[in-house]
Write a new protein. Structure first.
Lengths: 264, 116
């Protein structure tokens, strides 16, 4: 399809979508109104389970099943990315290259590394009390580790951060979530039921299973981010086509031939 | 202007899709998909908004908790949405890297023939 024709087809589709969307919006409750039926049910349910952060209660208590599915999507995507970007036979690790890092960058990196990791743990641990939780804190933890890369060198990051434990962490986090769900079945007959005592409202030990599930998700997300970023970093910096491949032009062709020979 | 936020969501969706259609680079297309998907964040948060209401996070044990908070259900769905968006982005970028390796280009217009 030519580009102009494609734009015409798109204009028809987008125009139709926009018209239907506008019709739907005009019939919705007005923006900022007091009509929120979901909220009226979810807030009392969260307070009944001593959860200060209602969003966390929705995510990990009231609809924990959906979060398990969401976590599985994350898990599957990390596995697929790691599989797609794994080292192939015609690639090899690049020789260590020594670059220069500014002293100020180095200093900031080493100051921010412990601070960021602490912040990540804090966001995960208080997910049921303040805005935050396993997903947000996990991303802070996973990216915080890569300050090692910003403030140092890639080969240093690869030495300090072995990837195997993070692959395990990814699986353990997902598994722990599912196991807590099964514990709910054994205790009350409902999957992911809030079986742990709810504790005192507003304290660290409250909300029952919510902080435990937050921790499991935090481990999984942090590990998943590390595995993802390492896969992309390997592609960008760590790996190069073996000299036998004959430079960039031959790279595409060789990869194709090699695969064709193996699969057909 | 009570539908302004919803119109912004629709605009983001259409513009993101337009970017994908016009794209000459798969990485650019992935970014456009991210923009189109951000329409759902605006729409969901717009649905849950209430004028003058507080965030759905309670400080200490409320004796008579006020129900007038933003809708936490759509906020939780937005979080789910962001996580899925991030994983989809990672997946598509990994595919773009593979396509670049196999076919030597990431221009969608040059990737016409199907290869198995």
């Amino acid at each position: 399809m030519s580009r102009p024709l494609r734009l015409v087809v798109f204009a028809a589709g987008a125009g139709g979508t926009a018209a239907l969307f506008l019709l739907a919006v005009l019939d919705m409750p007005p923006f900022g109104s007091r009509f929120h039926p979901y909220r009226n049910h979810s807030v009392p349910a969260a307070l009944a389970h001593a959860t200060a952060n209602v969003v966390s209660s929705v995510n990990f208590d009231q609809r924990g099943m959906d979060t398990l599915a969401e976590e599985s999507i994350l898990f599957a995507s990390v596995v697929v990315v790691a599989t797609l970007l794994r080292k192939t036979d015609d690639e090899e690790w690049r020789k260590e290259r020594r670059g220069r890092v500014l002293d100020s960058t180095l200093l900031m990196g080493w100051i921010l590394l412990p601070y960021t990791l602490l912040l990540g743990f804090d966001v995960v641990a208080h997910g049921h009390l303040t805005p935050g939780g396993g997903f947000q804190g996990g991303v802070v933890l996973g990216t915080g580790i890569h300050l090692l890369y910003v403030a140092g060198r890639y080969d240093m990051l690869r030495r300090v951060r072995p990837i195997r434990p993070f692959e395990w962490g990814e699986a353990i986090g997902t598994g722990a979530f599912a196991c807590l769900g099964v514990a709910g079945v054994l205790a009350t007959g409902a999957f992911l039921a809030n079986v742990v005592p709810h504790g005192t409202f507003g304290t660290l030990l409250s909300a029952g299973t919510v902080p435990i599930l937050n921790g499991a998700v935090g481990v999984e997300v942090a590990s998943g981010v590390v595995v993802l970023v390492s896969a992309f970093l390997d592609q960008a910096i760590g790996l190069e086509t073996a000299p036998a491949g004959g430079g960039k032009g031959g790279r595409a062709g060789n990869g194709r031939d090699a695969e064709g020979g193996g699969n057909r | 202007m009570s539908i302004y936020a919803y119109v912004v969501a629709g605009w983001l969706l259409v513009m993101g899709s337009l970017g994908i259609v016009r794209s000459r680079n798969l990485v650019h297309a992935v970014v456009c998909l991210g923009i189109a998907q951000s329409a759902t964040y605006v729409l969901l948060l717009g649905v849950g908004y209430q004028r003058g209401a507080k965030p759905p996070v309670y400080g200490s044990a409320p004796a008579h908790p006020s129900l007038h908070v933003m809708d936490p259900v759509v906020q939780a769905m937005t979080l789910t949405d962001i996580v899925v968006s991030a994983t989809v982005t990672a997946l598509l970028l990994a595919l773009a890297i593979q396509i670049r390796k196999r076919r030597g280009t990431i221009d969608p217009d040059e990737l016409t023939a199907i290869e198995g």
